[in-house]
Design a protein around this ligand. Structure first.
Ligand code: SF4
Length: 63
């Protein structure tokens, strides 16, 4: 599974971090950091929840 971020849309609100902290984090400037751009399928539900929670629709799940 691959996680893609539309960086032009992301505003660093952190909703995805709440849903999938194994995959997403915010740095000290509240900028999104993708900790694991190719998470295991075991995390699919969490990553899907993160994509659904993103108010900017900035997350896409591929592969
Ligand atoms: S929820 Fe969306 S807009 Fe917010 S930090 Fe995550 S990817 Fe960016």
């Amino acid at each position: 599974m691959r996680v893609e971020v539309d960086w032009a849309r992301c505003d660093g609100n952190g909703a995805c971090v709440v849903e999938a902290p194994e995959v997403f984090d915010l740095d000290d400037d509240d900028a999104l950091v993708v900790l694991d751009p190719e998470p295991s399928t075991a995390l699919r539900d969490k990553v899907s929840a993160a994509a659904s929670a993103c108010p900017k629709r900035a997350l896409t799940i591929g592969g």
